[in-house]
Write a protein of this length. Structure first.
Lengths: 243, 371
């Protein structure tokens, strides 16, 4: 589904990602781990196509098509979606209006979908204005439910969220990633940034990657990597220069 | 239901311009209507019990006491505009009286249409007597063929009595050649509410106005809301003022201003004269193309116990907001207009649904032409 090869990314003149290689197949969910500031969010924003991040070398291929130079809306139309850690507040724009704009000709029942993530009372509120951590994430999940992407990137879906909300968010993200379907029939794939790993209780991740200083340093079983990091921290990862 | 308005001499295009100014010729959602084309009064009627829509002349003939309300809150000596209107031998305009306890669910429409004349002048008086609730939509527009240009001078005096409410929604739909000089003021008595809404999404050569509400009664309320777009060649000098003279009085002045190359001067003044008063002034400006948004908010408090605040911001649409919507599949233009739409979306509490829809419809027209 997604193939990233030898990707280098700049913000302004500064290189922030170096030689990233990542392959996510249909039905797989990968986890991205790494210390703060290591480039995890940058990688997700680059894959989504945000203009702050300039690709200087390498390619991103999605569903067999080179999307390296595409705008984010073109990527979204091809089936990419993202849950933002800190989405912007848009004064005046009501959540309900935004959802209708995303949904366009699709026939989703927005109020019904909103109820499933307890956001039905927020449809007349300005997007993210005064939302709590959990409300922001539930609003993000609701937008993704309407978008219904084939490849979903999740940037710390559990940060700032209480346990009850993690369960609600996790269950709904699990459904978006077709975790209820048999492995062989599962088509959707995901890439998740997490520090705590709580969200993995709902997602059953297949592979894990550790980022340090703008590079992916190692790959492996996500639960094992997480356990290791919980015990030893990132110090050894930082010291490790071999992929 | 009232009879439809008949305007046999009006082209289809001009009828459309009327509709865009909030004038419903079918009268389906209106309870009364006043239509003045240049200096001719075409219609003046109201089917709602307890509410009268009269021409200025007829009102003066019918009620002797009306003259007590003329030139009382607006001084005839204020400026050249008021002097010009005051000097007219045959004053035009409307008088709307909502008698004690009356209430209109469907608004009254007042249409001022400038067709051929050089200067259209009106003098309007609006009175909501004790406990009455009155909603008015004023659509001001000009014919598509106003060649040499023209000007509109409008005096409006509003009286909101004890426990009464007036909402006045004015939609301007002039053209590049028209100059407009409204002169309006209102007095709000105890527990009275005055809502003044102004919408101008279309080009105009010049608008200059500074309506004032004097809150004389305890717990009276005034809310001014302006939603404007200024295109190249348009000069809009807009203000609103609230004078808080009684305990519990409060005022809110809200402006959303977008320039696409024109000039908008957004003035505002709240004067807290007694204790126990509150006021807030808010102006948000968006510069889509080089033009001017000049916000001049003034708050003036002179006693302990008046609380006044203001908030003004001028800027562009943030890139991260556009890209956020693009990542959900909207293209750049769709994302931009969705954000502008939100920026202009000022929900006015206390306004009947039909009038909110009319304001939304004016924004729709602007959105369809790509703002």
């Amino acid at each position: 589904m997604l193939h990233i090869e030898h990707l280098h990314v700049n913000i302004g003149d500064k290189e922030v990602l170096r030689d990233i290689n990542l392959h996510i197949n249909e039905g797989e969910t990968h986890v991205l781990l790494g210390p703060n500031g290591s480039g995890k969010t940058t990688l997700l924003m680059t894959i989504m196509g945000f203009s702050t991040y300039t690709i200087t070398k390498g390619t991103i291929t999605f569903k067999g098509e080179d999307v390296t130079r595409m705008h984010s809306n073109e990527r979204a139309k091809r089936g990419m979606g993202m849950l933002f850690q800190r989405p912007p507040t848009i004064s005046g724009l009501k959540l309900g209006k935004m959802l209708s704009a995303i949904s366009k000709t699709k026939q989703e029942n927005i109020p019904e979908l909103a109820k499933t993530v307890h956001m039905d009372r927020f449809l007349e509120r300005d997007i993210n204005k005064g939302f709590s951590g959990g409300e922001i994430k539930r609003s993000e999940v609701l937008q993704l439910m309407i978008q219904n992407p084939d490849f979903i990137m999740l940037d710390e879906p559990e940060s700032g969220v209480d346990l009850e909300n993690i369960s609600l968010i996790g269950t709904n993200i699990g459904a978006l990633l077709e975790k209820d379907k048999h492995l062989a029939k599962r088509k959707k794939c995901g890439l998740v940034i997490t520090h705590t790993g709580y969200i993995l209780d709902y997602l059953d991740a297949d592979k894990g990657h550790v980022m340090c200083e703008g590079q992916i340093r190692c790959h492996g079983n996500p639960r094992e990597i997480l356990k290791d990091i919980k015990q030893r921290g990132y110090r050894e990862c930082m010291e490790c220069r071999n992929q | 239901m009232p009879e439809p308005v008949r305007v046999p001499n009006l082209s289809k295009a001009d009828q459309n311009r009327l509709a865009q100014s909030g004038i419903d010729l079918s009268m389906k959602n209106r309870c009364g209507s006043y239509l003045q084309m240049d200096q001719d009064i075409v219609q003046s009627e109201c089917s709602q019990e307890g509410i009268e829509v009269l021409s200025y002349k007829k009102a003066m003939e019918k009620y002797d006491w009306i003259k007590e309300y003329a030139w009382k809150v607006v001084s005839p000596e204020k400026d050249d505009i008021t002097r010009y209107v005051a000097a007219q031998k045959e004053p035009k305009g409307y008088v709307i009286i909502a008698h004690k306890g009356s209430n209109n669910i469907f608004p009254i429409q007042a249409c001022l249409f400038l067709g051929r004349e050089q200067i259209q002048h009106v003098h309007n008086i609006v009175i909501a007597e004790e406990g009455a609730e009155l909603h008015i939509i004023s659509g001001c527009t000009s014919g598509e063929h106003v060649g040499k240009g023209g000007a509109h001078y409008g005096i409006s005096e509003f009286y909101v009595k004890k426990n009464a409410k007036i909402s006045f929604t004015m939609i301007h739909n002039w053209s590049e050649k028209i100059e407009v000089y409204p002169r309006s003021a209102s007095i709000v008595e105890e527990n009275g509410v005055f809502l003044s809404n102004y919408v101008c999404m279309q080009p105009v050569k010049k608008v200059q106005m500074y309506p004032t509400a004097t809150l004389k009664g305890a717990n009276s309320v005034a809310r001014f809301s302006s939603i404007v777009i200024s295109t190249p060649g348009s000069h809009m000098d807009l203000g609103s003022r609230a004078v808080l003279e009684a305990p519990g009085a409060s005022a809110e002045l809200i402006t959303r201003a977008i320039t696409k190359g024109g000039t908008i001067i957004s003035r505002g003044h709240i004067n807290g004269k007694v204790a126990g008063t509150r006021g807030h002034l808010e102006c948000k400006g968006l510069i889509l193309q080089d033009g001017v948004v000049y916000a001049i908010p003034e708050i003036e408090g002179s006693v302990v116990g008046t609380e006044l605040s203001h908030e003004a911001a001028v800027g562009k649409i943030a890139k991260d907001e556009i890209e956020y919507l693009m990542s959900r599949g909207l293209d750049e233009d769709e994302a931009t207009s969705t954000i502008i739409r939100g920026f202009l979306d000022v929900k006015i509490s206390g306004l009947p649904e039909a009038l909110q829809q009319q304001i939304d419809a004016s924004i729709d027209v602007a959105e369809k032409s790509g703002f």
